[in-house]
Design a protein around this ligand. Structure first.
Ligand SMILES: Cc1ncc(COP(=O)(O)O)c(C=O)c1O
Length: 390
């Protein structure tokens, strides 16, 4: 970054945030408000990634044999420091689907064990649970989460009420990907722990979006993306398992080399591209140059910018909790009498605003996800476009 940013950046300081915006290559053709799929990396991260890719492909096997082991170890070390856990508790994976498959398929479920899930967890995670159910090892029990909760206790109680003597684990998505709602994971985990039940946390969207360290989630098992909100290049995620629980998880990918207590036993998934892994350190450095707290506050401010105005438009129903603290960058809405796909198409075709139509708990919604490079003017254009439609 040309001028170092101050330790505290006011979320409303447009001059300062426009300096952050300059750190991204922007697509002038449209206003991208669909940054939930993956977050484009910043210029410094892309420059480093491209260098690494060139180096890997220039040096070939020499690089893989002689340099990559140290580079991988350095990435794990940096990620562990950033996440507040030890290197022995972390595995760099390709994405949370992989991490969740390792966890769910490797967890010592017994026939008849129940896993509490919600009606808003991620599809591929649910698929993994259902496949494991078909193999006779567990039974998912689904609860319905409200779009507009009144308190953390209301959410904790929903999970608690679904617990039976057969419950072995809860699957909890920290930040619901389609509506942006943040669940009180630490409180859910404390309740579960008091009953001897594990919580598997899907932190795909919350990691490096909300400003926290992994132990604060209070769970022994967490899966997350690094190419969504941390801003690493596509193809990296993390799996965290608390040290004393590693031996409980059996390897999904064949391994007889490592000790049962060594998390590397779970990472035998073959050759994967090194450059995204090497760029994790650059992504952490860029994230830290902004500051996790500053980033979270700005993302929440951008979401509130459009949500607080759209709330007053006739026919617009917001599918995100009213309390700004219960969501951050992501929010969703629907329009009375209008198909979500038509609304998203209208925004793109008439206004060059890119969002996504999706379905959550049977309800069609449009999801809106600003990134750090979006401006308040981008969000104001969204609101103006919706006002024309309302
Ligand atoms: C909450 C949540 N969990 C898991 C995933 C799975 O991510 P991937 O397909 O990259 O493995 C996603 C993807 O967006 C997600 O939003």
């Amino acid at each position: 970054m040309a001028t170092p940013l101050p330790a505290h950046i006011d979320p409303t300081d447009e001059a300062c945030w426009s300096g952050v915006r300059d750190q991204y290559v922007l697509n002038d053709d449209l206003i991208n408000l669909e940054n939930g799929f993956f977050g484009v990396p910043s210029k410094p991260v892309m420059a480093a990634f491209e260098d690494y890719n060139r180096q890997v492909n220039r040096e070939g096997t020499f690089f893989m044999r002689n340099r990559y082991p140290q580079r991988l170890a350095a990435a794990v070390k940096a990620l562990a420091a950033f996440s507040g856990v030890s290197e022995e508790e972390l595995l760099i994976v390709r994405n949370p689907t992989e991490a969740m498959n390792i966890l769910i398929q490797g967890y010592p479920f017994q026939p008849g064990d129940e896993v509490v899930i919600s009606n808003q967890d991620y599809d591929s995670v649910e698929e993994t649970l259902h496949m494991t159910q078909q193999r006779g090892r567990l039974k998912p029990v689904r609860i319905s989460l409200p779009f507009h909760p009144h308190s953390d206790e209301e959410i904790v109680a929903l999970y608690e009420q679904a617990i039976t003597p057969r419950t072995r684990a809860l699957l909890v998505t920290h930040l619901l990907h389609r509506t942006g709602q943040i669940l009180p994971v630490a409180k859910i985990a404390a309740m579960a722990q008091s009953r001897g039940i594990d919580v598997l946390v899907d932190a795909a969207h919350s990691f490096a979006h909300l400003d926290y360290r992994l132990p604060q989630l209070g769970s022994c098992f967490v899966a997350a993306h690094l190419h969504k909100w941390l801003g690493a290049p596509l193809g990296v995620g993390l799996l965290y398992i608390r040290k004393d629980r590693v031996s409980d998880i059996a390897p999904l990918f064949g391994d007889t080399t490592y000790a049962a207590s060594d998390i590397r036993k779970l990472g035998h998934f073959g050759t994967t591209p090194p450059a995204p892994v090497m760029a994790i350190e650059d992504a952490i450095a860029f994230h830290n140059s902004i500051g996790g707290g500053n980033k979270e506050a700005r993302l929440r401010y951008l979401k509130e910018r459009w949500v607080s105005r759209a709330r007053n438009l006739p026919g617009v129903e917001l599918m995100v909790p009213e309390d700004p603290q219960r969501s951050c960058a992501i929010a969703a809405f629907r329009m009375k009498g209008k198909d979500a796909k038509q609304v998203a198409d209208y925004l793109l075709q008439a206004h060059r605003i890119f969002t996504v139509a999706t379905k959550v708990a049977g309800v069609d919604v449009v999801r809106v996800t600003p990134h750090l490079y979006n401006t308040t003017a981008d969000l104001d254009r969204l609101v103006a476009a919706l006002a024309q439609l309302a």
